[in-house]
Design a protein. Sequence first.
Length: 344
Amino acid sequence: MKLSILIPMYNAESYIERCLHSLMHQDISKQDYEVIVYNDGSNDTSEIIVKNFTKTHTNVFLYSHKNEGVILTRNKLLKLAKGIYVYFMDADDYVAHNSLGEILEFSLQNQIDVMGFNTLVTDKEALFNLDVSFREYELPKIVSGDQFLKENKNLRIEIWWFLIRRSFLNENKLVFNENIQEYDGDVVFTLRSFLYAKKVAYSPISVYRYFQSSESTMRTRNRVYKKRIVEYFLALIYDFTNLINSLEKFPILHKDIIKNNFKFRRDAFAFFTIVKMIRAEFSTEAVKEKLLKLERIEAYPIKSFIGEEYNTLQYKLLTFVFNHKFLLFICIRMYKIYSKFQFK
């Protein structure tokens, strides 16, 4: 078995069939890859859809448990996987047809630990065609994980943009941290994988389709959802900080540069989390409480955010405001007044 594609699923009845169909149209022999779907206690028809799909596709497997959250579900999926490589997907997304085969073969031939590729964010429901195939690009350069982290300050931190060698995960005891709550653990799992990796490669081929439906867009405007997202990013920042503080134990090169890159990303999350708190209309007291927690882990005041990427007057001014609580609280009050009149 060359590849295990792992999909945690929760209430994905509108999307899971498209996801699975995209995976059945791949340039890989059916005997060489498996698709494992783990139903995390869905209360819609997702499980029935996948169960029916397994009747006609012998390389698709379904497991189910009561709702335990995505972290526990992903770890269970890892234990079930038989492939030399594993690939995590979200149930509401899909991949381009015939996009994984050549990437997989390149990874196998070169014993790559982590093999990355590009993602398209789209609201199109059937963007299955590849614009450019793997072979049309220059063959990927193979580097160490620490070299990749040094050179790619803004690498994606989600787990669906790379294949990862299963024996590499096992050797380094890499799993999702089941002690964290509020967010799905992608960031630290991804970055720890790169910190341990000896062979990393990346191709700009656009394999993954990160689907943004109109429902997703509407949900992001919901105030309750906005507040939940803030909690998600705060948990992410705490976990990221723990990783930064543990970097000394990793036997890597370029440690200072990588640490600064990580602090930049962590502080960028902190900056945009403050933006999200303002837009979600958190009370001043709630913002004070969140900032105090960020202060305790030295993620506030924001110090490492302004660089080449955000070196504009707008970001400099906002960072100055956010770092001075008196000004920040004035900003929060002004936004509430603005929202009140705008949505009357």
